[in-house]
Design a protein around this ligand. Structure first.
Ligand code: RFL
Ligand code: PHB
Length: 400
């Protein structure tokens, strides 16, 4: 027989979206239970995003978790676009009234949120996969999940599907009630983490005849780099020296700059996808983060969109419990979809501007577009505004 528990908000997934939602709700006195399929060490060690928008940094401070971020995060006021052998600095702060981005690994964000949740003694169950979500349009929404004692039932007022692209929450919505918009790309990213001091203080996005490359970092001693590759790439064919030689060829510029090499400690291949679900809710089930939308990583938007979603969702749930009103719940999806499409547009633009196709016409056109971008203050301002992102509170409330 299943053992049943009850909570106000059942949160499926302990990625950045689920953990931040739990934190925001707890600060308003709202109960939640977070269920995570994987182990705590797997979730903490997963190497993913690195760039936090100003609004995500502000949110971490708002929830009382800005301390380590301030200590070890790297504030960047600019970045480089490299092409034709030259690096062009884009001054993000000058173009956006002093806004900036912060380089702080997603695993650090996740660690801060898990530590806070564990310290507060609130329920967070690892190795507890949700197996079904039911009655979302009825009176007894519930999540069935497994843990080491067997099948369990979590009865909830609301369910937050924060279980990423491959989770089960989206599938709990009847397909007739969802519209999916999707695009896949004919390339992927081979990403590495290396014990190498960053040789540039700022990120370098490069379009090279041999393909896209990105130089990023995690700390004063660790670099993070990516190469455009075939989606079917076999990592066995990429020994470390081949990776460094390809990275150097694509990133080195005529001024003598090149990435510093070092021991590679992690390698992975990431497919590129654009994906939007509309609407982002059905009955009492609300989707947030990658469960609802995926962007290609070129614009560094995925984690930031997830944070915007849960910020908006927490406000809507708080309003419901404080006043019984559902206005914000009713507009949660419309406002999220609008933000997601703006991020899709920017991420698609950056991806198509910087990735090599097998058509030389495209390459020449991309170089001309990049030349245009770096020589036009108006184009730089628009690029910078999109890259640093807008405040979460700037979203307009409108009727769905
Ligand atoms: P996550 O992080 O995928 O977390 C979902 C969690 O749900 C769990 N789960 C389940 N739990 C219980 N029951 C089930 N049935 C479950 N099914 C799944 C999973 O185990 C997991 O722990 O989604 P979330 O929270 O929405 O967060 C989204 C971000 O992770 C993602 O958007 C970013 O990583 C994207 N991204 C970037 N975003 C940025 O904003 N800036 C960047 O610089 C950036 N760079 C990147 C990126 C993503 C990358 N990859 C690997 C996809 C760079 C890369 C290479
Ligand atoms: C990263 O540091 O992992 C990173 C930076 C910028 C991106 C994507 C990923 O656009």
């Amino acid at each position: 027989m299943s053992i049943a528990q009850r909570t106000q908000v059942g949160i499926v997934g302990a990625g950045p979206a689920g953990l931040m939602l739990g934190r925001l709700l707890s600060l308003q006195g709202i109960d939640s239970v977070i269920l995570e399929a994987r182990s705590q060490s797997h979730v903490i060690d997963r190497v993913r995003a690195g760039v936090l928008e100003q609004a995500t940094v502000d949110l971490m401070h708002q929830v009382g978790l800005g301390q380590r971020l301030d200590l070890v995060g790297l504030r960047h006021e600019g970045l480089y676009l490299a092409f034709n052998g030259r690096r062009h600095r884009v001054d993000l702060s000058a173009a956006t009234n002093g806004r900036a981005i912060m380089v702080y690994g997603q695993h650090e964000v996740v660690r801060d949120l898990i530590d806070a949740r564990v310290a507060s003694g609130l329920p967070l169950h690892f190795e507890a996969p949700a197996v079904s979500i039911s009655d979302i349009t009825g009176r007894h929404p519930r999540v069935d999940y497994d843990d080491d004692s067997g099948r369990r039932v979590l009865n909830c007022d609301f369910i937050a599907g924060c279980d990423g692209f491959h989770g089960i929450a989206r599938g709990a919505i009847p397909s007739s009630a969802l519209q999916i918009y999707e695009r896949t790309y004919p390339f992927a990213w081979l990403g590495v983490l290396a014990n190498a001091p960053p040789s540039s203080h700022e990120l370098v996005y490069s379009l090279h005849e041999r393909g896209f490359a990105l130089f990023s970092m995690r700390s004063p001693t660790v670099s993070r780099l990516y190469l455009q590759c075939d989606p079917h790439t076999d990592l066995a064919e990429w020994p470390d020296d081949r990776i460094w030689s390809e990275l150097t060829e694509r990133l080195a510029t005529d001024d003598g700059w090149r990435p510093t090499e070092g021991e590679i400690t992690q390698k992975s291949v990431t497919a590129m996808r654009s994906f939007v679900t509309e609407p982002m809710h059905h009955g009492r089930l609300y989707l947030a983060g990658d469960a609802a939308h995926i962007v290609p990583p070129t614009g560094a938007k995925g984690l930031n969109l997830a944070m915007a979603d849960v910020h908006r969702l927490s406000q809507a749930i708080v309003e419901f419990y404080q006043s019984g009103r559902t206005d914000l719940l009713n507009t949660y999806s419309a406002r999220g979809v609008r933000r997601a499409w703006r991020a899709q547009a920017f991420s698609w633009r950056m991806t198509s501007l910087l990735h090599r196709t097998d058509n030389d016409f495209d390459y020449r056109r991309q170089l001309a577009e990049l030349e245009d971008l770096v020589s036009s203050p108006a184009a730089i301002a628009s690029f910078a505004e999109n890259y640093v992102g807008s405040d979460f509170s700037s979203e307009t409330t409108f009727s769905a």
